[in-house]
Design a protein around this ligand. Structure first.
Ligand code: CU
Length: 92
């Protein structure tokens, strides 16, 4: 019974967050990825960020009940020195 609860709980919490998939132009190395990660992590409502240099993308986990505007993400990526190609919302 106790084990069951521990296993189920994280799944429920996850389902209420959302993921933004951001395509980014120009990232070529881990230091590019690190700059993007640093800027995006600073934003309010961001749970975590996963950067892929290979697809030129950032998967941003947005905390439950928070809406982050595209313009805010755009700004953060610009601060890191890159350009956003597209932003799309992904269901879990
Ligand atoms: Cu680089």
């Amino acid at each position: 019974m106790g084990i069951c609860l521990i296993l189920i709980l994280p799944v429920i919490v996850f389902a209420e967050e959302s993921i933004l998939l951001v395509k980014i132009k120009g990232m070529t190395c881990p230091s590019c990825a690190a700059s993007v990660e640093r800027e995006v992590t600073k934003l309010d409502g961001v749970g975590s960020v996963k950067i892929s240099i290979a697809d030129g993308s950032a998967r941003i986990r947005v905390k439950e009940g928070v809406l982050i505007k595209d313009a805010v993400i755009d700004d953060a990526i610009k601060k890191a020195g890159f350009v956003v190609e597209s932003i799309s919302a992904r269901p879990q």
